[in-house]
Design a protein around this ligand. Sequence first.
Ligand code: IFM
Length: 445
Amino acid sequence: MVKADFGTDFQWGVSSAAFQTEGAWDADGKGPSIWDTFAHRKGKIKRGHCPDITCDFYRRYPEDVAFVKRMHIPNFRFSLSWPRILPNGIGKPNDKGLDFYDRLIDHCLAQGIMPWVTLYHWDLPQALQDRGGWANRDVLSWLSDYAACVAKRYGDRVIHWMVLNEPTVFTGAGYFFGVHAPGLTGLRNFFPAAHHATLAMGEVGRLLRLEIPEASVGSTFSCSSIHPAGSRRKDVAAAKRADTLINRMFIEPLLGMGYPVADLKSLRGIEKYMRAGDDALLPFDFDFIGIQNYTREVVRHSFFVPYLGARIWPAKHRRVQPVTEMGWEVYPEAIYEMIKKFSAYSNIPKIYVTENGAAFPDTLVNGRVSDDQRVQYLQSHIAQVLRAKREGYNVHGYFVWTLTDNFEWSEGYHPRFGLVHVDFDTQLRTLKDSGKWYGQFLSSQ
Ligand code: IFM
């Protein structure tokens, strides 16, 4: 497999996110985000890890962009920190925050690297959470004002825009399970948050297109290939419900298909939060969508799981190998299956894999990180992307998660996903063998 097998238009990249990398939590007028608040609550982050500094990308971005260039990666996806730009979420922008992204974007472009910008990768300004956050419908106007501000500022240089990162995860983990910020639980938080996130993708997509006519507008969706644990009818039905929740709930209303309530009855609860006219507001004709896949899930029927009646059968209980540091089964066919699944929707012009990668127990020995498992993971997943492309499915790009080791949300710093190793005590960066491999692959003919 060589890069040329994918054709010259195929987009190669690497992805990151503001909160996971920037640090500088209160520098130059930045306001607090829900993750600043949540991470400082006792017991919320494994081992008590603190995100205040993380990889200090705010100050060290030239060094990190130099790694992107060294690996011959033409596209760098990163997110903007909403509270760095609007410390209170709304109102007067913070000039120093805006300046930072000017510098970052200009620096990428000067290095020949295209910036791909995610507007929202989970770091809601705390001031807006104090007013209900995603559960308050006003989030639509808050996000729109923020989007208009950054579109005006960066729209002359940024073409690729993604509205939200993984709405399933930030609403599910943050507003239903309470294991991510803001730590809220239950359907009364999840349903309004989910509906507003879905509406927001369409609303803000339309706004970006108006503000930047030449923009390519998308949003990113987490997805997992869902396999029933066996052939029992109950397990097959449970897998279908899990697939509806995990893979279909957010994308289908945007594609004009409505919420998939027929296949997951408990989703009807979301209708309580819909207003007259919302059916017409939900659809949006994205230029592309990003799919983000790491593994598959094996699902069993479960009488004890409310609403879903299904339970994920974790890889460690299935005793499969290999698994990553996240406990996720390495199952490369999943990415092929997801490209195929999303390609079956008739109205998605382009699919990019905007995240795929793995955390393994990397060690720095004599200046080298020999992360063969990650090299194999990337090779086997990219081979499945090629398989999908060769079979005519609608995939046009692939981005590795992630550039540098960083703050993996409630898991803290332990899972290392980066192509570049970071020593969090000294901030020393070391290109891992996987980064060297990706660089060689991208420079191959
Ligand atoms: O680190 C996250 C990222 O923020 C969103 N997608 C999954 C990654 C790995 O868990």
